[in-house]
Design a protein around this ligand. Structure first.
Ligand SMILES: [Zn+2]
Length: 240
């Protein structure tokens, strides 16, 4: 497929996605603090957060978003919300390549979440925003839907205990053309089971519980699929 055709495809998916989101009741609420070290255009970031918010809303979760921008030197350029210590607040840091490579040298990694010990609720995640931008622009696709999907994937890891990776959907470990198209259409979402598990997790967080009652949390990551084709085995979650 030629680039021009891909661009048309992307635009068509974007139009389609405006009709793809349903209405879902959401009585459970999280606050997601986005620390932008990558210099994302504020309009694009707002769009990405809107994408992420809709996916989480479909899973039954309401989200409040708080943004904090940093200069390349790491100085806060806007007022940043102080950490409350509460586990209903999540912190997602958008990193440029220079910072991302210190955490994950492999440029195929698009993000990671930070595990916690003793079964406590994790709240910290990173999205390698510059890499997500490269991933999107490989097919001349807009960045915000894919950035929103990457943020949502990491939020999913924070709210889903254990190995949350699945063969399909937003928690797929390896992202290729299908995940890219689904993200643009707004149909790269959580399964019903994942949605239910996240609602239970948020409910526990909101009641003041400090620890999960169940399985240990592990570090997870997402990677773009290399090449246009892939075998089913490529999509099997790793045993990490
Ligand atoms: Zn993952």
């Amino acid at each position: 497929m030629r680039p021009r055709q891909l661009l048309k495809t992307c635009l068509r998916f974007l139009v389609a996605c405006t009709y793809a989101y349903g209405q879902a009741g959401a009585n459970l609420e999280m606050t997601i603090h986005v620390y932008d070290y990558a210099g994302i255009d504020p309009g694009e970031l707002a769009e990405a957060e809107a994408f992420a918010g809709r996916i989480l809303h479909e899973a039954g979760l309401r989200t409040q978003w708080s943004n904090c921008r940093f200069s390349p030197a790491g100085t806060a350029m806007s007022k940043c919300a102080a950490s409350t210590g509460g586990v209903t607040h999540l912190y997602v840091r958008l990193l440029p390549e220079e910072m991302a490579r210190k955490l994950a040298a492999a440029t195929t990694m698009l993000g990671m979440s930070v595990p916690t010990s003793n079964g406590t609720f994790p709240v910290d995640a990173y999205v390698f925003a510059e890499r997500v931008g490269v991933f999107a622009k490989q097919d001349l696709c807009p960045v915000p839907p894919l950035l929103g999907a990457a943020i949502t994937h990491e939020v999913g890891h924070l709210l889903l205990a254990g190995n949350a990776h699945t063969v399909t959907g937003i928690m797929s470990a390896h992202w290729g053309p299908k995940e890219k198209k689904d993200a643009l259409m707004g149909v790269l979402t959580f399964s019903r089971r994942q949605s239910e598990q996240m609602r239970v997790d948020v409910s526990q967080r909101m009641t003041g519980s400090k620890q999960r009652a169940h399985i240990a949390y592990g570090e997870r990551r997402i990677e773009p699929n290399r090449g246009g084709r892939r075998e089913r085995a490529d999509r099997i979650p790793p045993n990490d």
